[in-house]
Design a protein around this ligand. Structure first.
Ligand SMILES: [Zn+2]
Length: 329
């Protein structure tokens, strides 16, 4: 009975129209402690399907820092960041699953100095409680408006942090929630190294987060921040793996754009090999992300996107689906 109720609840939150009373009711429940039960159950079910994560654990050096990409649940990403390959001190970004992160930390004997959370949704902070027990000295950092679970170091726009030898800058990008922040790392070792941003549920590969709390105008203003503040090479690490659906939609909107089509083909092939599609770059997102290039689209496409913003859920980035993707002729 309880399981049925939880599944019903979870389905409703992603399908009800924002702004409606039923949506508001369901959403308030989701962000309450009750929602953590729902998330815990979802994690258990996802582990039956993906016991080692939905994508392969991947560690690569980007712009002067080492980032380990950790997949969990059905499509979430958390990240472990170190100054270089030789150090044990690390930062965690968006720990939605404490168990999987703690297993990795213990396996590699990494020591988390701080846990950064982009926003309050449970799939980004549920694991903070378990991490706090395992690593009581770690600093838990989140936006001052959202106040994600366990976070006691609350930050706001423009704040700079120096943690584990890594320089971090906070940017407020409201829309998905009213307190969503992203974390910029600017640890360039050469003058050409671009910054890195952990974007949470603001920008995905070829998509954006649903405006659960904010308005579309707030989300557009947040996206404009990316346009105005950062270079095209900026490396983006999103909070979810939605690339195949997102690029499917981008291809549907731009059926004659070879770069978009090739990008879709690439993630489609990598999907079966469980290779993460992340990170992406701001330049690539300007090429294919419909929400960053509305001025270049036809009126029909803009109407389609507008209706997406109104009616579709975060998990339904692609209305068109694979069936509408242009095939090789
Ligand atoms: Zn979210």
């Amino acid at each position: 009975m309880f399981s049925t109720l939880v599944d019903f609840f979870r389905e409703q939150i992603f399908t009800l129209k924002e702004g409606s009373y039923p949506f508001w009711l369901m959403y308030r429940g989701y962000v309450s402690p009750l929602g953590s039960l729902l998330h815990a159950r979802m994690l258990r079910k996802a582990k039956e399907q993906f016991p080692k994560g939905h994508r392969k654990l991947t560690t690569t050096t980007y712009s002067g820092v080492v980032v380990t990409i950790v997949s969990f649940a059905y499509d979430n990403y958390a990240y472990i960041v170190r100054k270089n390959m030789d150090v044990n001190q690390c930062l965690i970004v968006d720990c939605g699953d404490g168990e999987i992160i703690i297993d990795i930390l213990k396996e590699f004997q990494w020591d988390p100095i701080a846990v950064l959370t982009t926003h309050k949704h449970w799939d980004h902070c549920y694991g903070n409680a378990a991490l706090k027990v395992a690593y009581p000295n770690a600093c838990f950092i989140g936006g001052k408006v959202d106040r994600p679970s366990i976070c006691t170091r609350l930050v706001s726009d423009g704040e700079e942090l120096d943690l584990a030898g890594i320089l971090i800058k906070v940017h407020e990008v409201f829309g998905h929630t009213l307190g969503h922040v992203v974390y910029e790392i600017n640890q360039a070792t050469t003058s050409t190294d671009p910054p890195i941003i952990f974007t949470g549920d603001t920008i995905f590969v070829a998509g954006i987060g649903k405006t659960f709390e904010g308005t579309n105008e707030q989300m557009v203003a947040s996206l404009d921040q990316f346009k105005n503040k950062f270079c095209l090479g900026t490396i983006l690490f999103p909070g979810h793996e939605y690339a195949r659906d997102g690029l499917g939609m981008a291809n549907y909107l731009n059926p004659n754009h070879d770069t978009v089509y090739k990008a879709f083909q690439k993630v489609d092939a990598e999907y079966l090999q469980r290779i993460p599609s992340v990170p992406t770059t701001l330049g690539d997102e300007f090429t294919w992300n419909p929400f960053l290039r509305t001025s270049q689209l036809t009126d029909g496409a803009v109407t389609l996107i507008s209706s997406f913003l109104q009616d579709c859920g975060e998990k339904r980035v692609c209305m068109s689906g694979k069936d509408n993707v242009r095939r090789e002729s």
